[in-house]
Ligand binder design. Structure first.
Ligand code: HAM
Length: 417
């Protein structure tokens, strides 16, 4: 084995893994496409400022997890750690505010975070995401949540659980932050040093702490949902009503915190107990201030992203069996013209829409037949001379002698393609 390995926290997608990933992509395209979401792709790297401004200076992502580099021309670039800020940047850059609103976009891309790798947590990972920009009604939030629920159901994800909350608006949150920061300062003795260090930077993260002492202290902390302004409380109630109407179960989790600073109002996350420690399948929420923060007009928006690796890990669907092949073209020893004729048959088969493989490793005839079996070939053509082949139907065992030129037509007839 070579001493060179894939970087820590990254993985190779091997052919055996591809079918399930393609199926996931097809489900996402079908479910999101049917709801009017158009696919978008943005660059793998962006100006660092997009994330420091968009995701938030105080977040772990910006403080510790970004792959940032100088492009050699004095510009600071960052491998995208998430997709919402880039999609909003594209919305502004392409004047999408002039299109009928909301603009609904989805993506399936790789993202990069320098986190400590563990099961379900990678440094390069994939997300499916959906963003609806330019609508503030609760229908948008509920529709997005239902679309993610549909995707998880289509993938056979085991035990998905939905948590929802509301973060209100920036103004009510600012008042609450002060109240919470005052509570945290008054209880510093009962908090971990990391939480104390962040009280003034981001007091909400205290709800995220995992140590027992902090959690016990936080049980007595003021709860934001009790402080929502009436219009935010109404918005949240209507989102819940729409989810109830759709028979989607959820729990209201007033301590739900997500590691990005742009959220306002609705916040949600799907988890699965099938995943272990990294139990978040995907989540998102409303981010009504982000477009303005990036230089646009005030524009409401909502969206989510879900981890591809985690959805596949939590999916009960067994890996697809290796796709079988229509035809394997073998070469019988003897006639030096046979390999060329075999090559032509395989080529013609693929042009006719069949899946076909050719002997490429110089195996004996016996070895070739064994290999054809391994590939699950439905037919094997054994070419013995420029114009002579025998075609074996591997299911029925029936074998016919025929001219090379007749092989494909014979398969197509038997195949009823
Ligand atoms: P996020 O919660 O940071 O949200 O990531 C969404 C999902 O991506 C997570 O629930 C998880 O499944 C997956 N994920 C995150 N980090 C990793 C990792 N290191 N390894 C494997 N999977 C990971 C966002 O990124 C927001 N942009 C979501 C959003 C869209 N909010 C509004 N619109």
């Amino acid at each position: 084995m070579s001493s060179l390995q894939a970087p820590r926290g990254t993985y190779d997608v091997l052919p055996a893994d591809v079918e399930r990933r393609l199926a996931l992509e097809a489900h996402a395209a079908r479910i999101l496409g049917a709801a009017g979401y158009g696919r978008i792709e943005t660059p793998t790297f962006e100006a660092t400022e997009l994330f420091s401004r968009g995701v938030g200076e105080a977040t772990d992502i910006v403080q510790k997890e970004m792959y940032t580099f100088d492009d050699g021309g004095g510009r600071s670039l960052t491998l995208r750690p998430e997709g919402t800020a880039p999609v909003c940047r594209a919305y502004l850059e392409h004047g999408m505010h002039k299109l009928p609103q909301p603009v609904k976009l989805w993506y399936l891309e790789t993202f990069f975070r320098a986190e400590a790798p563990q099961r379900g947590r990678y440094r390069q990972f994939w997300q499916v995401g959906a963003e609806a920009i330019g609508a503030d009604g609760p229908e948008t939030d509920a529709e997005l949540i239902l679309l993610l629920a549909d995707l998880l159901a289509a993938l056979g994800v085991r035990e998905p659980r939905l948590k929802i909350s509301s973060l209100g608006t920036a103004a009510t949150r600012a008042e609450y932050r002060e109240e919470l920061a005052a509570f945290l300062h008054a209880h510093e003795d009962g908090l971990s040093p990391e939480v104390v260090a962040r009280i003034d930077l981001n007091p909400m993260r205290a709800f995220d702490a995992s140590d027992e002492r902090t959690r016990a202290t936080m049980a007595g902390a003021p709860i934001f949902l009790d402080r929502l302004a009436p219009e935010d409380a109404e918005h949240f109630a209507r989102v819940r009503e729409l989810l109830d109407d759709a028979d989607l179960s959820y729990v209201i989790d007033p301590t739900l915190v997500r590691g990005l600073d742009y959220y306002t109002r609705t916040l949600f996350e799907f988890t699965s107990d099938a995943l272990g420690a990294q139990s978040a399948l995907g989540g998102g929420g409303r981010y009504d201030g982000l477009i303005e923060m990036l230089g646009g007009n005030p524009t409401p928006a909502c969206g989510w992203a879900a981890g591809v690796e985690r959805m596949l890990m939590a999916s009960a669907q067994p890996p697809d069996a290796a796709p079988s092949s229509d035809l394997f073209v073998a070469v019988a020893p003897g006639d030096p013209a046979a390999p060329r004729a075999a090559f032509a048959i395989a080529n013609e088969a693929r042009r006719a829409g069949l899946s076909a493989q050719l002997e490429l490793a110089g195996r004996s005839l016996k070895g070739q037949l064994k290999h054809a079996d391994r590939l699950g070939a439905r037919y094997v053509a054994i070419v013995s001379a420029e114009q002579q082949a025998s075609l074996k139907n591997m299911e029925s065992g029936e074998q016919t002698e025929l001219e090379c030129a007749a092989v494909i037509a014979s398969i197509l007839r038997g195949h009823r393609l």
